[in-house]
Design a protein. Structure first.
Length: 389
């Protein structure tokens, strides 16, 4: 019997019997499958060239590339990232973002970003944080962040780093007073420890009350649907021109992550607070230095509109102007004091509303108070003093 598989046979005479068994197996496989007919080139799709970006994409990319060097990463000096059992680095809540304010090395961030260090009452000039600045693509440099000043009432703090001038790229500050709901905005920060992250959205609300992690309520806040997560705090909210219109500070969420409702302190507030912190180490806030009844107490006393005065210290301008405090009559009954219902014609609903209105004024500014005294309404003109905070 002649071998029918001569090309594959290992025998010398073409006889089938000397062939090794693996040769027959190879023959059967070749007859069953045939020779390979598909090549790698045949199943590899053509790669399309990237081409130029669309104008809107190009603008956003350029805004990020320009402003990312003005955004820093801040680590509270009292907190350290920890390695958990799974090998994942957990970033403490005290870590966040900040912006380069000027070429002198001043960094503006949120009070609560360095809140743990501030709770220990550090002196001005003490190191409270480690500040990381982007020097070049993929290269970052760290510096000690020394306390310049902090204002818990507005959840803002200023640090200073001794960094070379060529590393400091001050942020361009814009006007928050001209914002409109619906206009585009961009947020840059360091969420969850991922440095220099961009999110894009729109302004979805204005003049919101912000319930900050510093435990205070800040009026006039900007609401945005740009994703803001832990670590974004202290970073800038930019308009479509790349100007900073706010400092990202809080999110409204039930899960701890972005739910499409974020808040930023408007740049108009930052422009009032940061320079004072740099100059004085604290904020010189204008006020009347009167003691007012909390809104719920005033409501119980049937004061439904206005700020009820409880006490008038003798040394204040309000005392010299004759404003009357709340007291008791001869029969022990409560005699209501004066109720401030407007400042320069701006209506005042209660104590919290009055403090919000006075935020727009400086120490020494003269105001006209509209006061209700019993059934009588009168006007009192007096200068604002430095508030005793």
């Amino acid at each position: 019997m002649k071998c029918q598989a001569k090309p594959y046979c290992l025998c010398q005479r073409g006889s089938l019997s000397p062939c090794q068994p693996f040769v027959l197996a190879y023959i059967r496989q070749a007859l069953a499958l045939g020779e390979p007919s598909v090549k790698i080139e045949d199943v590899t799709p053509k790669i399309s060239p990237s081409g130029p970006l669309f104008p809107t994409e190009k603008r956003i990319a350029e805004l990020f590339e320009t402003n990312t060097y003005s955004v820093v990463n801040i680590f509270d000096a009292t907190l350290r990232p920890q390695l958990n059992i799974t090998g994942v680095v957990e970033i403490p809540e005290g870590n966040g973002s900040g912006v380069v304010w000027d070429d002198s090395g001043h960094i503006v961030t949120n009070y609560h970003v360095v809140g743990s260090a501030l709770s220990k009452n550090p002196k001005l000039g003490e190191v409270v944080a480690r500040v990381t600045i982007l020097a070049a693509e993929g290269i970052q440099k760290s510096f000690e962040g020394k306390l310049v000043g902090a204002d818990r009432a507005k959840d803002l703090a200023v640090l200073k780093v001794d960094a070379p001038t060529d590393l400091l790229k001050p942020i361009n500050v814009g006007q928050s007073s001209a914002l409109r709901v619906g206009q585009q905005c961009l947020a840059i920060g360091n969420p969850f420890g991922f440095d220099h992250t961009l999110t894009v959205g729109v302004i979805s609300g204005l003049n919101r009350d912000i319930f900050s992690q510093a435990g205070v309520t800040i009026g006039g806040g900007i609401q945005t649907d740009a994703a803001i997560n832990p670590g974004n705090s202290g970073g800038p909210l930019l308009d479509s021109k790349g100007h900073m219109i706010g400092i990202n500070t809080a999110i409204f969420t039930q899960t701890g992550t972005s739910a499409g409702v974020g808040f930023a302190i408007p740049s108009s507030t930052v422009l009032k607070i940061a320079p004072q912190l740099i100059q004085f180490g604290k904020v010189r806030r204008a006020g009347l230095n009167l003691e007012f009844a909390p809104d719920p107490i005033a409501y119980q006393l049937n004061v439904r509109n206005g700020a009820l005065i409880l006490k008038v210290p003798a040394s204040t301008a309000a005392a010299k102007a004759g404003l009357a405090p709340t007291g008791r009559g001869f029969a022990g009954n409560i005699v209501l004091g004066d109720v401030i219902i407007a400042v320069d014609g701006k209506p005042v609903k209660g104590k919290s509303d009055l403090l919000r209105v006075l935020d727009d004024y400086g120490v020494g500014d003269q105001v006209t108070l509209t006061v209700r005294r019993g059934a009588e309404t009168l006007e009192v003109i007096l200068p604002l003093e430095e508030a005793n905070v």
